[in-house]
Ligand binder design. Structure first.
Ligand SMILES: Nc1ncnc2c1ncn2[C@@H]1O[C@H](COP(=O)(O)OP(=O)(O)O)[C@@H](O)[C@H]1O
Ligand SMILES: [Mg+2]
Length: 259
């Protein structure tokens, strides 16, 4: 079975309240010839050498590629943790490739949920406190309610008072996912989220991603594991900082209609 090359994305239409006419909804993510070069002493490392991609709302994308191919660099730029050296990144139609650090931080807080291989939880804080961390507005009762709701979504309603060392690896990653979701981000980015988990626990985490995707979440997940990528609708392979292939995964559970 050969994977299908990705077709040109279709633009969905939404109603424009000003004119009452259908206006095209911009793609969630548009990258045009994105580059990133790191300088270490006199050495230049070309981590991204020209990435052009479009990712639409509710896509479920796996990013694969050998170690050093630029996956984390790409995710950090997509997640507004870093800016590209060249090229354009449009997030929901807004160019975010040349904004200030403070603007970038605000966009990140509002639009991005990030999940890491190593969970990155505060060790002394309970699950509830960890999930409340990204919440900067609202009273304490409101924040508690939002964090409780997020923990429920990941199936941890009964572990809210536990600290990370009182939780299993899979439960820790669920707390991290709840923290990523608590502000209802447009995009959930996960950089090797199952890399520190055994196969069964990794599958549980991916089943959670599947259900978040089915509920409308846009998800981009970096993985080395074919089993993880097999759940995604689209697989982007990087090599030496460029897109080596970008394929639809016909066998994945659900497909976005590209007709
Ligand atoms: N902060 C950094 N400073 C210098 N070089 C870096 C930095 N981050 C990544 N690199 C280099 O950029 C390349 C791409 O790295 P990375 O995006 O982490 O790849 P991957 O996640 O696919 O393993 C590698 O050669 C790596 O050594
Ligand atoms: Mg990496």
């Amino acid at each position: 079975m050969s994977p299908t090359q990705v077709a040109e994305p279709t633009t969905k239409s939404v109603s424009d309240p000003a004119s009452g006419e259908a206006a095209p909804e911009p793609p969630m993510i548009e990258l045009e010839n994105l580059t990133k070069t790191y300088r270490v002493g006199v050495e230049e490392i070309h981590a991204l050498t020209g990435i052009s991609l479009t990712i639409c709302r509710n896509e479920y994308v796996a990013v694969m590629g050998p170690s050093g191919s630029g996956k984390s660099t790409l995710m950090n730029i997509l997640g507004c943790l870093d800016i590209p050296g060249g090229g354009v990144y449009r997030l929901n139609g807004h160019d975010v490739s040349r904004v200030s650090q403070s603007a970038l931080a605000r966009i990140r807080g509002e639009q991005i949920g990030f999940v890491f291989q190593t969970f990155e939880l505060l060790p002394r804080a309970t699950a509830l406190k960890n999930v409340q961390l990204p919440l900067v507005y609202g009273g304490s009762r409101h924040r508690r309610q939002l964090a409780t709701d997020a923990l429920r979504r990941v199936g941890l309603a009964d572990r809210m008072a536990h600290r990370p060392n009182e939780l299993s690896g899979g439960q820790r990653q669920r707390v991290a996912i709840a923290r990523a979701l608590v502000r209802h981000p447009a995009i959930l980015l996960a950089d090797e989220p199952t890399g520190n988990l055994d196969t069964a626990t990794g599958n549980e985490i991916m089943a959670l991603f599947d259900s978040l995707h089915a509920a409308g979440q846009t998800i981009i997940v970096v993985t080395h594991e074919a089993e993880v990528a097999a759940r995604c609708q689209r697989v982007i392979r990087l090599r030496d900082g460029y897109v080596e292939s970008d394929t639809l995964n016909e066998a994945a559970g659900q497909h976005r209609d590209r007709a």
